[in-house]
Design a protein around this ligand. Structure first.
Ligand SMILES: NC(=O)c1ccc[n+]([C@@H]2O[C@H](COP(=O)([O-])OP(=O)(O)OC[C@H]3O[C@@H](n4cnc5c(N)ncnc54)[C@H](O)[C@@H]3O)[C@@H](O)[C@H]2O)c1
Ligand SMILES: O=C(O)[C@H](O)COP(=O)(O)O
Length: 613
């Protein structure tokens, strides 16, 4: 019995292995199969991930290269929070998996938690609470300090760092910050004085807080040497990432009394290993520690959950996310304009591969040659800020027929990497030429240029004396010789979009107009009477139904004098003359190769290619 289309089993599946607020998950329920599976081991995650189209995590799940490799259907990893250090973003990018986060949903929560830890450390709240619960009454030992008139040093004046300064402004503190990339106007507006180096910052701080990501330049940024330059009365805070402070160095400084206290929310390993410096820090009486609670407020969890769930829905519906970590930012209105052209360019790339690189000519150019693709956008399209989706569509289209349906998922995320890996050279060009007279606002031209690869060019045989006659003649001879060797030459495919439908208007030197869709049979034949009937009969005998047909004569404006005169081409065949045409047939099924072979001959066509789009 057929499964109804809207049945749960047909919906894309989303895996949520951590605690994510139900506010966002409710949004997913309408169109997706939501599986909450808390407490999965890494092995269990590897085992079940192949079923899922989307994965939503917080900071606990390690989304490793192995998980991404196993995740054959995965389109998106959504981080319900800011930091993506638990996601192998490079591996996701390579596989075309979009990684999104929620860059602002928990800023306030993290900043408030920083202020909470600062006050708790200043007034010995943790130690006082533990002592009281243990039945003691130690007022004399637990005297604290005030924030008033103290200096707060901030490393990393981004979203959280700035919010900390704004929240703490009521305490009558002085704010200084070290952040080489900070926005000076935002710093000034928050009354924060930027200092040029870390060395300038540290000796001045009564409290120090870090709000950077954990990256090469921030790993171990505050170690023994740096702590030694600080006041012994200074207290340090970390609500950013474990590893920005050297935990062993901090523990030693607290034990020696060269640092007065610490408020720590994040650790190098979470939860910390037994007997590690992190565990000893947590147990230290001068430390107030929390188990990575910076973002753990009802409000922040609602914000990040709704934010990433909306993005997951968009991505699975083929739209772009708001905050992708590994994809270009494209404005929604630009993306709407680009979408039909994305389809067109992908089809143009696929037609190129099927018709010219692997089609009737039967082979790719080979290792001595390389093809450079010039993708030219003319008219209104040339005004857009980005054409990255068109570049990605071309790479996808060119590779689709070679890689097949199980091949790599080429998209906006990984197109550049894949093009580089496979040596696909694309020059994107914009032309603001007025295309009004053409009746449509934009059109796209794909020109594939064949040239010798750099190493092959060095090795190619010297030109003949005739070829040496003049540079232009020599160039033309080289081109002809390369075409002879490869069976390929420069090729041009042109298309446009009308009423959101893509059309192809030029194939090589033939001018045409057809919708690139479904199974096509593209025949090149002499432009003589009877050819259409001949092909129609042969296809009829093979039970192939013709759904539409477009005839493509040679565009006289595109051909050279020799061709116009109907001369034979240099490779010996009566090829590519002015007396040829293309017959583009939309057919109901894939035409068998023996039927295609049966069409070719004196009576029929010169060559024919099956193209599936
Ligand atoms: N504990 C939690 O639960 C929690 C919650 C939210 C955010 N965070 C973490 O807090 C950190 C900050 O988040 P954010 O949203 O403010 O990020 P952000 O990107 O807005 O700000 C980071 C700032 O660090 C600065 N920076 C980068 N490298 C630096 C360097 N070498 N020296 C000095 N400054 C440098 C950047 O210029 C930027 O201004 C992140 O690591 C995030 O994961 C933790
Ligand atoms: O990067 C973040 O957003 C915070 O560290 C919060 O992490 P969490 O979602 O695991 O609480």
């Amino acid at each position: 019995m057929p499964v109804p289309l809207d049945s749960a089993s047909n919906r894309p599946k989303v895996l949520i292995p951590e605690k994510v607020s139900p506010d966002g998950l409710q949004l997913l329920q309408a169109s997706l199969d939501v599986h909450e599976r808390k407490g999965l081991s890494p092995e269990q995650l590897l085992e079940i991930i192949p079923e899922y189209e989307a994965l939503i995590v917080r900071s606990e799940t390690k989304v490793t290269a192995a998980v991404l490799e196993a995740a054959k259907k995965l389109k998106v990893v959504a981080r319900a929070g800011v930091g993506v250090d638990n996601v192998d973003v490079a591996a996701a990018t390579k596989r075309g998996i979009i990684v999104v986060n929620s860059p602002s949903g928990n800023i306030n929560a993290a900043a408030e938690h920083t202020v909470a830890l600062m006050m708790a450390v200043a007034r010995n709240i943790g130690d006082g609470c533990a002592s009281l619960k243990a039945g003691k009454w130690e007022r004399g030992r637990l005297v604290g300090v005030e924030l008033k008139s103290k200096t707060l040093g901030i490393i990393g004046l981004g979203k959280v760092g700035l919010t900390v300064a704004r929240l703490a402004s009521g305490f009558d503190m002085t704010f200084i910050a070290y952040d080489p990339y900070a926005n000076p106007s935002l710093a000034a507006a928050a009354s924060v004085a930027l200092v040029p180096t870390l060395e300038d910052l540290l000796p001045q701080c009564d409290f120090l807080t870090i709000h950077t990501p954990l990256i090469a330049s921030t790993k171990g940024m505050i170690g023994t040497k740096e702590l030694a330059t600080m006041k012994p009365t200074a207290r340090v805070l970390n609500v950013a990432r474990g590893g920005t402070y050297d935990e062993t160095a901090l523990l030693t400084a607290l034990e020696l009394g060269t640092i007065a206290g610490a408020g720590i929310d994040v650790f190098t390993s979470e939860p910390p290993e037994p007997d590690s410096s992190a565990t000893k820090l947590i147990q230290h009486p001068k430390v107030v520690a929390t188990p990575h609670l910076g973002a753990s407020t009802v409000e922040a969890q609602e914000n990040v959950s709704i934010d990433v769930c909306e993005q997951v829905i968009s991505i699975l519906a083929g739209q772009l996310p708001r905050s992708a970590v590994n994809a270009p930012l494209i404005l929604p209105e630009e993306y709407r304009t680009l979408r039909p052209f994305v389809e067109l360019v992908e089809k143009m790339g696929s037609v190129y591969t099927q018709l010219y690189a692997t089609g009737a000519k039967g082979h790719a150019p080979g290792k001595n040659f390389r093809t450079t693709f010039d993708l030219t956008y003319e008219g209104a399209l040339a005004e857009l800020n980005t054409t990255k989706p068109l570049f990605a569509a071309l790479v996808k289209g060119l590779l689709g027929p070679i890689l097949g349906p199980e091949g790599i998922n080429v998209n906006l995320v990984n197109a550049e990497i894949i093009a580089k890996e496979r040596g696909i050279l694309v020059n994107e060009q914009r032309s603001r030429e007025n295309v009004d007279e053409k009746g449509y606002s934009s059109f796209i031209t794909l020109k594939a240029r064949l040239s010798r690869s750099a190493s092959a060019a060095r090795e190619q045989p010297p030109l003949s004396p005739m070829e040496e006659k003049g540079q232009r003649v020599a160039m033309a001879s080289r081109t002809k010789r390369d075409e002879r060797e490869t069976g390929l030459g420069d090729q041009v495919i042109q298309g446009y979009v009308s009423a959101n439908t893509p059309y192809i208007s030029r194939l090589g030197r033939f001018s045409t107009n057809f919708i690139p869709h479904g199974n096509l049979l593209i025949c090149r034949n002499f432009d003589r009477a009877g050819k259409i009937g001949y092909v129609g009969n042969k296809l009829g005998e093979a039970n192939v139904n013709i759904k539409f047909m477009a005839v493509a004569p040679v565009d006289e404006s595109l051909i050279g004098e020799d061709v116009r005169a109907g001369k034979e081409s240099e490779n010996g065949g009566v090829h590519e003359g002015a007396n040829e045409a293309l017959m583009i047939l939309g057919v109901n099924k894939l035409v068998d190769s023996d039927v295609v072979a049966g069409l070719i001959g004196d009576e029929g066509v010169l060559d024919a290619s099956v193209v599936t789009l």
